[in-house]
Design a protein around this ligand. Sequence first.
Ligand code: PLP
Length: 409
Amino acid sequence: MIRDAFDAVRVRKNFPALNQKIYGKPLVYLDNAATTQKPKSVIDALEQYYSSENANIHRGIYYLSQQATNAYEGVRARVRQFLNARSSEEIIFVRGATEGINLVAQSYGRTYVKEGDEIVVSVMEHHSNIVPWQMLCDEAGARLRVIPINDEGEILTGEYENLLNERTKLVSIAHVSNVIGTLNPVKEMVEKAHGRGIPVLVDGAQAVPHLKVDVQDLDCDFLVFSGHKMFGPTGVGVLYGKSELLEKMPPYQGGGDMISSVTFEKTVYNKIPYKFEAGTPHIAGVIGLGRAIDYLNEIGMEEIAAYEEELLRVATEALGRVPGLRLIGTARKKSAIVSFVLKEVHPHDIGTILDRQGVAIRAGHHCAMPLMQRFGVPATARASFAFYNTKEDVDALCRALGKVREVFK
Ligand code: PLP
């Protein structure tokens, strides 16, 4: 039984995009790992900002600019609280998880990673947590080492420990896999890395919207996430970094706001976090992200996690009854993401037929081609859930998969 304490049907009403028909069928939106829909409060915050609060921040001496600055900096404080960071200066606004990882690769990486050094990632990483490290390794003459997984899609922790050595300069690991939903033991992994003095970046893109993430508890050195995957706007995200590391890192980009003084002889950089926020940021996006955090706080991350866990159980059971369906990724600890293949049907055909039934899922490699290779499939179909999904959505998914069977019998 799905917990009654959480009323997904009522919550859905706050998301205008969910209340529409696609090809005459009610939309069943199951592509939340790609991006989430937005609550009315977030949409309203964007409209309100552009209608009556729009001004550039930090430099204005007039009322509107000060209001916009307060709103922007107020969100930094709310993100700090949401992640339980020690200080707001540890919160850097970026475009999203991808930019956050690139910032660390270019700033921390180019400073501290030298020829012969190693960076450790896992085989289940999103390309965003592979390619920036490959670029760095190519430039520095360093090497990318890859943690293997078992057939269920779980990190082989012994293999991970074996990879750590005196050449390892950083571990960068997804908290939750965007393809198979595996919830990685990041706290234990951080502990192991720290035992050897190695910092750890956690890619929280698929974790922060779905469970309570506490950076002090994880003790990670960096963590990134994207606003659009947590019911906020696109084009905004966060890099959390421990202040002692951020202080030592050079700026990522140069420009306005990241300086305290400029002459042609010498530029003095601003303090953190501004040192890493060159140029006019996505002010409206940050304000919208703040509203999304308020929305999540109102529901409660523990409530969300418990509800989605139950939804995952229901979905896994229901999909297990679909003839010819093979689940890819059956880890013991998972977030509400299910990847699967159907015997003799290409995942893109599954996606197309489901779309005609109003069911939006994703088919493809999900920006994780090495993981596809690991499981020996070119692509999977993926349904990814959020707290506004219901058991009825799972039923609709299974009914639509029945249609796929009819077409391909
Ligand atoms: N990391 C993971 C685990 C993801 O799932 C994604 C997006 O799907 C990203 C990073 C990149 O996020 P963005 O494209 O918002 O920067």
